[in-house]
Write a new protein. Sequence first.
Length: 100
Amino acid sequence: PWNSIMAGAATGGLLVARGGRKAMIRQAAMGGILLGLIEGLNIFISQQLAGAEDQQVGMQVAAPPPVSAVLSGTRGPENSAMIDAASQSFDINKASINIQ
């Protein structure tokens, strides 16, 4: 974050270079403060989102059946519904699409 803060301060100062040293210092400080606030907010939001992501990692998701079980046709109690749904044929004439 320091790189972008310094870049904002330098940009703010250089853009008003014709206004004198006092204006350069004032605008460089304002540019640095503004970019500091933006970077601080960016870091805060990133940490908050990372915390929510860490909480979701603990949740377990049901794994799909192994390819060998699907290809061999063996059905366990946990994946029989999935194999049944996958083995049904698809009829384009019965399919409907809602276009808005």
